[in-house]
Design a protein around this ligand. Sequence first.
Ligand SMILES: [Zn+2]
Ligand SMILES: [Zn+2]
Length: 233
Amino acid sequence: MHYDLHIHSCLSPCADDDMTPNNICNMAAIKGLDVIAVTDHNSCRNLPAVDRCAAKAGIRLIYGCELQTIEEVHVLGYFRTLNDALGMQEWIDKKLIRTEYDPKYFGHELIMNEKDEVIAEEKALLITSLDASLEETVESIHHHGGAAVLAHAVGRTNSILVQLGFIPKDLPYDGIEVKKEEDMSVIEKSHPWINKDSTVWLMDSDAHRLIDISEPIHEICEAQLQRLWRRNL
Ligand SMILES: [Zn+2]
Ligand SMILES: [Zn+2]
């Protein structure tokens, strides 16, 4: 399956307003992707609409979010059901450090229905940290039936290697997202206990604009995908 498991919708203030549920799913279909995840910053609130649009477009959806821990590390949460993701949303609502924001400066945070109509605007700024440590965040993702993947793990602000400098040995993450093949070796060399072959690696677009959604270049098989949730089986 060709995949792109890191796409932001118009609910993320930094994403274009035309990253609507229908546009994302239709663009993924045009590009020939089989499975996508929409992963907004600290929110699952556009997933009900994306779920219906993905079904219409014939695309499989993994229910996602991109959480920012108190250490400012980005962690992707992946859920197998919409219900699990909405359960996670309740936890996010309790943990989000609420700050008012000016949409003119940060961009809009649009919640849509399956017709791409705006049904609400998020009031709190979503590109901020949760009042939860990396360990607590990973634990909560598991508690809600999800898988935790270290987002853009190498060489970027909000990556675990930039924020912490290393991946803690006892951190029970389920996969690592990298930008390119060589990043896997970077991680392996500095973390000898991480086995390249037994790790689930993802390469996603982190698209904030329609044009940036992945071409069908990265593939994952069903068994590999399911390994993300192995702790919950
Ligand atoms: Zn990120
Ligand atoms: Zn992202």
